[in-house]
Structures are given as C-alpha cells and as structure tokens.
Design a protein around this ligand. Structure first.
Ligand code: FMN
Length: 633
C-alpha cells in the first residue's frame, strides 16, 4: 500500500514539475518571472539596498544616452493599470541583461501627462488602461482620451498594443481600452499584438500579453534615439494616491445602536486636512490607507514560521509620505506586514510557490488539485478556494512549507487604499472631510475576520492620530450646475454618505431646488443614521424626507416601495421639473430593484413601453450611479 502511495506521490511530483516547465517556458508563470522584481532585500545587503532606493525613482528616469525607446502609457483609477505598466517596464529592462545592442529604454507615462508625448517621435507604444464609472476612462485620463479622439494625430509609423482592464459585470466591459484600440487603428497605427481584455485582474491574461511583448521585442526593428521626455516637465499633484497626506482624525463616533451581534455598526469619521492643499467637490471620495489588524499580523507571522523581529529595509513600492525622508530605514517584518501588505488576497503565485516547496504527500495532492488548471478565472476549484481563504489559512493548510518569508512576501499584494464617499460639503467646512462607513466583522474558517479599513478607523485609529489620505475625483457624480433644479436622492444605509454632502452644499447655497431624499435602514431606533440632522432638514423644508424601515413591521419595506408609493409625484418631478435622480448604496440588489421601480414608474406614468422607459432613464440618469459608490472594505 505504502509503495503504491509513494509511486503516486512521485508521479504527482513529476506531473507538477512538467507542468511548471511548460508554464515557465511559455512565460506564463508570473511567480517565477516576477520574484526578482519584488523580493525585499535583507537590511544588511547594501547592493540590494541601493536597488530598493533606486526603485523609488527608476520609473522617472531621464535618459541621457541613446536607446531603443518604448513608450508605456497607462491610465488608472485605482492603481492596477499602473502596477501592470511598471511590471512591463521592469520586464523590458531585464531584456537588456541579455543583449549587446543599444539598450531598450522603456519610458513610463501616466496618460494624465500625455502632453509631454510627441507621437511623431514614438515607434512602439504599449497602452494599459482601465474603464471606470459607467464605461468611461479613468478620471485623469479623460483629457488624453478626448485628445486622441478629436485630433487626427499622425501615428501611421507607430506600432502599438493595448491592454484593456475592466470587469465583465459592467455593461460597458473594457470600453475605454476597446475605444482606444479602435481609434489607433483608425489613425492607421500598426497593432502588433491584439488587444487583450482583462476581466477583474485576471493575471493569466495580463501575463499572456506581457509574454507576447517579450517575444516580440528582441526581434523588432527599432531605431535608437535620445529621449525627449523629461520628468521635470511633468507637474505632480502635491498629494495623490501614491503620495498621500497624513490627515489627523479629528472626531469619530458610532451612528447606530448595537444591541445584538447582527445589528449594524456604522461610524462617522472626520479628518482634518487643513494643512494640505487638498480640495474636493461634493460627490468625491476619500482614499484611505489603513493598517492591518495586529491580531491578523500575529497569526500570519505564526503561519510564516517567523517572529516578526526579522528586519528589512523598506519595500520596492509603498505609498510615499512627503515627510517620510527615511526610505532606507530598517523595518521589522511585523511592521511591514502591518502597514504595507494585503493579508487577505491570495495570489496564484503563492499557490505555485507553495507547490514548489512542500513535500507532504497529502498537501502536494491537494495543492496540485487546486492549481492543475492554472490561474485562469475559469479554474473554479482554485477560485472557490481563494475566495474562502486568506493567506494565513493557505499557509496553515500547507503546514509542511519551509518557505523563507522574503519569498512569501514576494507573492503577496500591496495593501490597497479603500475609498469612501465624502459625507460633508467643502462649502460648509473645507478643512474637514467626513466619511461614513459600515464596520465589517465576519467569521472565516472558524476565526473572527474583520474589514481592514473600517475596523482600523473604529477600533484602532484614535482621535488625534494621523492617517494617509488622498482625494479620488468622481466627475460624473455631481449636483446639477443649475441649483434651482430638483434632485431625487436614493441612498439607503451608508449610501446616504455623498447625499449628506449634496444636501449640506445646497443648504449653504440657500438653493431653491427641491431635494427629495429616500433613505432606508432596518430599524428606526437602531440604524437610522444621521436621524437628527435629517429630521431637522425635513422640518426646515430643506428636504422632503421619506424613510423605509425594513424590519420594524411584519411586511418589509424598502426604498423602492417608497418610490412606488410616490410614483405620480416622482414622474411629475422628473418629467415636468427636469429632476436628476441619484442612487447610491452598498447592495447590488438594491440598485437593481430601484432601477426596476424607476423603469416601471416611467413606463406606466409616462405611457411608454418598457424599452422606451429604459432608454428614457438612460438619458435622464446621466449623473446617477448604480453600484458605483460601493467602496468595499
Ligand atoms: C466604480 C467603478 C466603475 C467601473 N466601471 C467599469 C465599467 O464600466 N466597465 C468595465 O469594464 N470595468 C469597470 N470597472 C472595473 C475596473 O475597470 C477594474 O476594476 C480595473 O481593474 C481597475 O483598474 P485600475 O485600478 O487601473 O483603475 C469599474 C470599477 C469601479 C470600482
């Protein structure tokens, strides 16, 4: 029996080794190809230390020697396209290690800074761009998109390829990348690698695209030239996603009453941004970089077989603090995990790394079962596993691992900022930005899980503490310029956050435009957040207020029921009053229900068939956002 098992293990190991060989030779093994780029050096190694400091500036290098230039242009809302563009940059640089010809000179440019580009001087352009909002380009890439579509720029000598990032749950899937690709074709650019559409950061697609570029470049004919792009020509914002401002938490309090475990825990936080030049408009969001839960860090350290006192100098990338001048400081592993790494998201590379390291038969069989169909989104076994496991769970599932912590880190994601609609208007107080957040606590694999940012804000960040923040623009979510026009705001739960800012704004402007607010929660006495303020506004005729309590009576009531009750008046306000409708909330089904109800109202009251009603709403709801204001912890 044991002989048979031993044979099975050997066969599995061989199959896996062969599988890895196939992947490495086909270049789709992201882990193997990327580890070097991300490995965190040990503090004592000065050569590596130098590399780390360089990595802060390497993407902004001005080239003073001739090279074979390649433009990498990215447009991003949340940073993913930028990370991919940087990875491509690093990969192209590695080609120089194997060639004697003039080096490749990749240049990395944010589409926001497109004006520094002279397309007549470019030869090869790789574009990585996401789609945002309701199928629109990332906010600060919009001028570039506009420029490209309104100017007949001469690019018939340019070779290009586009990587389009998106999410197939949205109707306008990868629209920005698709439109840019079409436009470049129209302008007679030569597409050298067909566009790849990336559904929800599907790394198998991203790797395939990068791999095609790596195959293409060595044999490509490229003239050498001296670079004309100078980074000092690019004006940077003082504070941004990559360079956040350290805001002071001025105040925080619970908005709900907690009597049982299932009761909602919603908080209000105020950040002092007075020493920054940060500005915002009602409808914008605040990006917040959290710290992880120290208990989670300790559990992870155990599963990594580390004490946490291991040291390293800073990461290849972390958000930069303007007052933080000590980039070469030594950090403990505990600190690094607390502040810069995502402890939850399991990357495929980690699974591969584990598979290459463990020896236990059962564990080997298990991991092979998970990864044998690769890292594609269609590998349901792996996807289901990843959804239900955080990194600590994975390491505990494969306890026989002997992985050095540096390698584990190299397969982890950086901690991403979380975005919250700002619930205060700058017209009222432009030095204080408020956010409203539902604290997330859940059970995963028999232990307590917590939402990183919401518990950071409520449990760990104290009043007076500082925390890195930045502004995230939301230009499609704005009050009508004409303040006399009516607005209908539908915002149950924390969906009310941006509407608090809208109402404050109109109140400050003493605007005459009617405001109808539809708010919903479970119980009048427990989670009717901002009740006092809302009722005061209602009593003072600033708003017309309608509240649905879903669990205070036998028959559940939701905002859509309230909309339906008011259907005749709503139709009049929309049709005769030219009202704008805004929807915001954190539940997908709510947005769907509201949309269905609005369609019904328009078709019934406006005497249209359903298709016409949907079309009418599409036209009318230009500024409405469904499910877009969901800033998941
Ligand atoms: C608010 C919001 C709106 C989005 N709208 C779309 C969309 O209309 N079409 C689409 O394909 N993807 C959409 N996405 C998905 C993003 O394109 C995807 O998450 C992408 O990986 C983000 O890349 P970035 O971090 O470079 O911006 C949306 C994502 C968010 C958060």
């Amino acid at each position: 029996m044991s002989y048979v098992l031993a044979v099975i293990v050997v066969i599995l190991s061989l199959v896996y080794a062969f599988y890895r060989f196939l992947n490495v030779t086909s270049g789709s093994d992201f882990a193997d190809n990327s580890i070097d780029a991300f490995i965190i050096p040990d503090a004592g190694d000065s050569k590596l230390k130098k590399n780390v400091s360089n990595s802060e500036t390497k993407y902004k290098a001005d080239y003073t020697e001739e090279g074979r230039q390649i433009l990498i242009l990215y447009g991003t809302e949340y940073g993913c396209s930028e990370d991919i563009a940087k990875l491509l940059f690093d990969k192209i640089k590695t080609l120089n290690e194997h060639i004697e010809l003039p080096p490749f000179q990749p240049r990395l440019i944010n589409a926001r800074d497109y004006k520094v580009i002279d397309f007549t001087r470019e030869q090869v352009v790789f574009i990585v761009i996401s789609t945002s909002g309701d199928g629109v380009p990332p906010t600060d890439s919009r001028p570039f998109f506009e420029f490209l579509h309104t100017n007949d720029i001469r690019i018939n000598h340019v070779r290009y390829s586009v990587l389009a990032l998106g999410d197939s749950n949205y109707p306008q899937y990868c629209k920005t990348g698709r439109m840019i690709d079409n436009r470049l074709q129209q302008l007679e650019g030569e597409c050298i690698i067909p566009r790849h559409d990336v559904d929800m950061e599907d790394w198998s697609v991203i790797n395939a695209w990068i791999h095609s570029i790596m195959i293409y470049l060595p044999s490509a004919t490229l003239q050498t030239a001296l670079d004309y792009i100078h980074h000092h020509d690019i004006i940077e914002e003082t504070y941004s996603r990559t360079k956040p401002f350290m805001a002071t938490l001025k105040d925080k309090y619970l908005l709900t009453i907690m009597e049982t475990d299932v009761d909602k825990e919603t908080i209000h936080c105020e950040f002092d941004i007075s020493d920054s030049d940060l500005t915002w408009m009602s409808g914008d969001a605040l990006g917040i970089y959290p710290h992880n839960n120290p208990d989670d860090v300790k559990l992870l350290l155990e599963s990594m077989k580390c004490s946490g006192t291991e040291t390293t100098n800073k990461l290849g990338w972390a958000y930069q603090l303007s007052e933080d001048k000590q980039h070469d400081d030594v950090y403990t592993l505990y600190d690094v995990l607390l502040k810069w790494y995502d402890l939850k998201v399991v990357k495929y590379e980690l699974m591969e790394l584990i598979a290459s390291n463990i020896t236990g038969r059962n564990e080997l069989e298990y991991v092979y079962k998970l990864i044998k169909h690769g890292d594609s989104k269609s590998n349901c076994v792996l996807q289901t596993y990843i959804k239900k496991h955080e990194i600590v769970d994975v390491l505990n599932d494969f306890k026989s691992h002997t992985l050095p912590w540096q390698q584990i880190l190299s397969c982890m994601r950086y901690l991403q900022p979380r975005y919250y609609s700002i619930s205060s208007s700058p017209r009222k107080d432009n030095s204080t930005a408020s956010v409203t957040a539902a604290v997330l606590r859940y059970v995963i694999n028999d232990r307590q899980g917590t939402g990183v940012t919401t518990t950071y804000l409520y449990d760990r960040l104290c009043i007076g503490d500082k925390c890195p923040v930045f502004m995230s623009r939301n230009p499609d979510f704005r009050l009508p310029i004409d303040h006399t026009l009516p607005i209908i705001l539908i915002g149950p739960g924390t969906g009310i956050a941006p509407f608090m800012a809208f109402i404050q704004e109109r109140e400050m402007m003493k605007s005459s435009g009617p405001i109808w607010l539809y708010f919903g929660c479970r119980h009048k006495e427990k989670d009717y957040i901002y009740r006092k303020q809302l009722e005061q506004w209602s009593n003072n005729n600033v708003i017309r207020l309608s509240v649905a309590f879903s669990r205070d009576q036998e028959k559940k009531q939701y905002v859509q029921d309230k909309l339906y009750e008011d259907r005749i008046d709503i139709w009049k306000l929309i049709d005769n009053g030219n009202a704008s409708v805004f929807v915001c909330g954190d539940a997908k089904h709510m947005a769907r229900e509201v949309h269905t109800t609005l369609t019904y109202i328009v078709s019934d009251e406006g005497h249209m068939n359903e298709d016409a009603a949907v079309e009418y709403l599409n036209q009318m709801e230009k500024s409405a956002r469904y499910q877009k204001d969901v800033w998941v912890v």
